[in-house]
Design a protein around this ligand. Structure first.
Ligand code: GLU
Length: 475
């Protein structure tokens, strides 16, 4: 990033300000919404390898207009207060846009998780969780963390267990974090959720010829050439679903140690397995290796998917980015300055607060599942199947009695007769959420002359909803 770039938090605030200026908010409310309510910093020691190691962690609460507040916990060396505050603010706007009934929060721990083994990570996570639980910064009714960069199901299971140990009579203890493994109170489809949401967002975008034309494109997702930056959980699932189900071709994958280029398409699973085994993309036999991966952000393509860190598209490279369509699978990958340059060029950006909201949407489903203490579909699935069977039997009887001589295809019958399980319900709820949120953003994008981009439209919808919530409460 170049030095005259604002910080991540300032960048988010600049984007907020642009939208807030278009709203007629009561005096002072704009500032109340923008500012981060609180950030807790904790330094704690853990004895590892015969000595005490001191770690620094954060939990930032941006807005409590709805509680609990929600947002992931990141394990990365670059974690700092500015970053968690920016990410917490994005959570507020994201939740409002997809109507997940939460305020925004985010946490982080300054640590390179690859330097520690599984037992050490568990010990560190347990201690960090203890510090947060003590201050109600992990609590089913007040603050519900989730995975983010560097964390996953295991860390969430440890945090949930730590909470249960400290709150032995809390019947809703499991709802204290989301992103847990299914056998520890999680929900099917949470791991894939953010990547799945990126796919649903693109599918929805490509349902609107007018919007596709704004990016200077035409047609469907089929055959579109895609660059993916970051093949972590989000980038991997987005790339996998887009190639396997929508006919996209991933030509470039950019990772920490460089990029792989294959104009005929990269086998996403093959590359992911290679990275897991070799620690990077270097040496992958089915593509060309490029040591300075960042140059690939500027390669020709139809869709660019930044799916890792913030600020990767910045004042230094924005002018050279050729993608007509960028979808922000990561939080804050495009800086405020880069955003302006890209807008001038006519690049369409599907913004983070919408594009990566799949994770928190399915977290919401998990939280509801934990509070209701029952798996989705358990009550109605077989009843639904029985009703479908009635229709099929009746149709077959009519056809036989009236000798019309037609039959239902076995494929139709199998599909129609099967009631939805938890995974199907989660995907259906996520798809619906992504479509509804897009519709809300799109109405503003197309409906107001003073709104030129989807990001401003998304912020406008969110700020308006947060403002209404504050006003309803009388603040
Ligand atoms: N860390 C994810 C995000 O940035 C998920 C948050 C959540 O599920 O609460 O949206």
């Amino acid at each position: 990033m170049t030095t005259n770039e604002p910080s991540f938090r300032e960048s988010v605030d600049l984007m907020f300000n642009r939208a807030a200026a278009l709203l007629d908010l009561p005096p002072g409310l704009e500032e109340k919404i923008r500012v981060c309510n609180s950030t807790y910093t904790v330094r704690f020691g853990v004895k590892l390898r015969g000595r005490i190691h001191t770690f620094t962690g954060y939990r930032s609460v941006h807005s409590e207009h709805m509680e609990p507040v929600k947002g992931g916990i990141r394990y990365a060396l670059g974690v700092n207060q500015d970053e968690v505050e920016a990410l917490a603010a994005l959570m507020t706007y994201k939740c409002a846009l997809v109507e997940a009934p939460f305020g925004g929060s985010k946490g982080g721990l300054c640590i390179d998780p690859r330097e520690y083994d599984a037992d050490e990570i568990e010990k560190i996570t347990r201690r960090f969780a203890y510090e947060l639980i003590k201050r109600d910064l992990i609590d089913p009714a007040q603050n519900v963390p989730a995975p983010d960069m560097g964390t996953g199901e295991k860390e969430m299971a440890v945090m949930a267990d730590q909470y249960a140990r400290m709150n032995t009579t809390d019947i809703n203890a499991r709802a204290c974090v989301t992103g847990k493994p299914p056998h520890a109170g999680g929900i099917q489809g949470r791991v894939e959720a953010t990547g799945r949401g990126v796919q649903y967002a693109l599918q929805e975008f490509f349902r609107h010829p007018e919007d596709i034309a704004k990016a200077g494109m035409s047609g469907s997702l089929d055959g579109k050439r895609v660059i993916v930056q970051g093949l972590g959980n989000v980038g991997y699932h987005a790339a996998k679903f887009l190639t396997e189900e929508d006919g996209c071709i991933v030509t470039h994958v950019i990772e920490r140690d460089g990029a792989v280029v294959a104009e005929n398409g990269i086998d996403v699973d093959g590359l992911r397995n290679w990275i897991a085994e070799h620690g990077g993309v270097k040496g992958y036999p089915y593509g060309t290796y490029v040591e300075d991966g960042s140059v690939c952000l500027e390669a020709d393509c139809d869709i660019l998917i930044p799916a890792a860190l913030e600020g990767v598209i910045n004042l230094g490279n924005a002018a050279n980015v050729k993608a007509p369509l960028i979808i922000e699978a990561a939080n804050g990958p495009v800086t405020a300055g880069a955003n302006d340059i890209l807008m001038e060029k006519g690049t369409v950006i599907i913004p983070d607060l919408y594009a990566n909201a799949g994770g928190v949407t399915v977290s919401y489903f998990e939280w509801v599942k934990n509070l209701s203490h029952i798996r989705f579909g358990r009550m109605q699935r077989r009843q639904e199947e029985a009703r479908h069977q009635l229709i099929v039997d009746e149709l077959e009887r009519i056809s036989k009695d009236s000798s019309i001589n037609w039959t239902l295809s076995p494929n139709f019958k199998t599909k129609y007769l099967r009631g939805a399980g938890e995974l199907e319900l989660v995907r259906s709820g996520l798809d619906d959420t992504m479509r509804e949120a897009y519709a809300a953003m799109r109405a503003v994008w197309h409906g107001r002359d003073d709104v030129r981009d989807l990001r401003t439209a998304g912020f406008l919808v969110s700020i308006d909803r947060v403002a209404s919530s504050y006003q309803a409460k009388g603040i």
